[in-house]
Design a protein around this ligand. Sequence first.
Ligand code: TYD
Length: 135
Amino acid sequence: MSLTDCRIIDLPIIHDPRGNLTFVESNSQIPFAIERVYYLYDVPGGSERGGHAHRGLHQLIIAMSGSFDVVLDDGKDKKRVHLNRSYQGLYICPMIWRELDNFSSHSVCMVLASNRYDEADYYRDYAEFMRARWG
Ligand code: TYD
């Protein structure tokens, strides 16, 4: 599980003059089964979210509205990904530290996750994450 496994996934678009439609199915467009959906909204300008890694959780992050950046960090390399399309998702595998920032006004960040919320799955301390990742 490394930074190169984290990637933008182009989701299907059903183009329609009445409005476009995009869908996501477990283990089809994405490499995990969806167990939970949550979303960030009403994010004040200049706010930062994230600041943690997950032991086992797989996630797909979609900018449903507006835009924001996700900074991915495996402890050795970092990459900043700008999300602004509701038909693209950023897949994040386990053991990747992430920060979210640069939220536009009225942005909505939807996250599809492979498990229910479990605080025990989090690394919230960067040094602890680094020890677990690289020894
Ligand atoms: P956290 O995952 O740290 O938010 P973010 O990564 O978006 O900055 O979660 C913030 C708080 O919300 C924390 O107290 C745990 C709680 N929470 C839940 O109860 N259920 C959930 O599904 C999520 C994602 C968070």
